[in-house]
Design a protein around this ligand. Structure first.
Ligand code: SF4
Length: 296
């Protein structure tokens, strides 16, 4: 099991920081192309609450860099386009933006969050060209491999579409970072681990795992207020994470084990707001697991 911070430090000889940037894209699951309102758990910010308002990429990089570099002295960065679907829109416009980011010497990687159904041939061509300049990571949320949950969450793409997208991206040399969410209503521990096995079989270069956050302004928040369901406890979540990590390929890099959502938007569970305690619980569960007799 390898963690992203270690892998980057090994590769670049120093800590690498993310700069959260905005491409100005929306999402077909929000603008009415597939649906309106988006995935049930997604807030208006498109799952990227910290993105800067749209200005030139150079300006955004300078501003985000100044904030981080002042505190840390950081010199190397990932251009991180997280919110909405960053391969959805005019490809010529997007390529110009991403070329601006990759042209900067201090940017070592381009990271684009998107949906698996936003990878047209033109987009794939753009990603292939960009990946010849700097490494390109494409982050896609499967969230769950349980199609019934996916439907209930209004995900609006199939598991098959996801698997094909991973293959396409691998064929042009892009890294894939898969996202999963644990704790959807009515999902059992076995459902969650089945999702991990599904992802593992696709051999993504990275994974992000997180607990379902019920955020203000989402459809999930309305459902939860009307009919609250039992949420995982911190310890249950930590145990599932420990089990999930055993199912992932050794070469898959762990990007995230718990979410980074905006605290003021989180309605439940309360415990996700304390990231440090959650990480401690996860590390305890991992070491308990590895020291149990007869367990791998
Ligand atoms: S695909 Fe992503 S941005 Fe679009 S609605 Fe779902 S979570 Fe939000």
């Amino acid at each position: 099991m390898r963690y992203l911070s270690d892998v980057l430090k090994e590769k670049y000889g120093e800590k690498v920081y993310r700069l959260t940037l905005s491409s100005g894209c929306t999402c077909p699951n929000r603008d009415g192309t597939l649906a309106r309102g988006g995935c049930a758990f997604c807030s208006e910010g498109g799952s990227g609450e910290f993105a800067a308002a749209l200005r030139s990429i150079d300006e955004q990089i300078d501003e985000a860099k100044a904030l981080i570099a002042k505190k840390t002295g950081a010199k190397k960065f990932i251009a991180y386009f997280q919110a909405y679907s960053n391969t959805y829109g005019d490809v010529g416009r997007l390529e110009k933006l991403y070329l601006e980011a990759t042209a900067r010497r201090e940017i070592v990687t381009l990271s684009l969050g998107t949906r698996p159904d936003c990878l047209s041939d033109d987009v794939i061509g753009m990603l292939e060209r960009l990946s010849k300049i700097k490494p390109v990571w494409v982050e896609m949320g499967l969230q769950t491999a349980n199609e019934a949950t996916a439907q209930r969450m209004n995900r609006c793409f199939s598991n098959e579409c996801y698997a094909e997208a991973v293959q396409k991206l691998h064929s042009i040399g892009c890294d894939v970072v898969s996202h999963l969410i644990f704790g959807f209503p009515d999902e059992t521990r076995e459902d969650m681990l089945r999702s991990v096995r599904y992802i593992a079989a696709l051999r993504p270069e990275g994974v992000k795992l997180q607990m379902l956050n019920i955020l203000t302004g989402t459809r999930l928040a309305e459902e939860y207020a009307a009919h609250p369901w039992r949420l995982l406890t911190r310890e249950e979540y930590a145990d599932i994470i420990a089990e999930a990590l055993k199912l992932l390929p050794d070469e898959t890099v762990i990007h995230r084990l718990t979410g980074d959502g905006r605290r003021d938007m989180i309605i439940a569970p309360e415990w996700v707001k304390d990231k440090k305690r959650t990480l401690n619980a996860i590390h305890r569960a991992i070491s308990r697991d590895s020291s149990s007799p007869g367990r791998a």
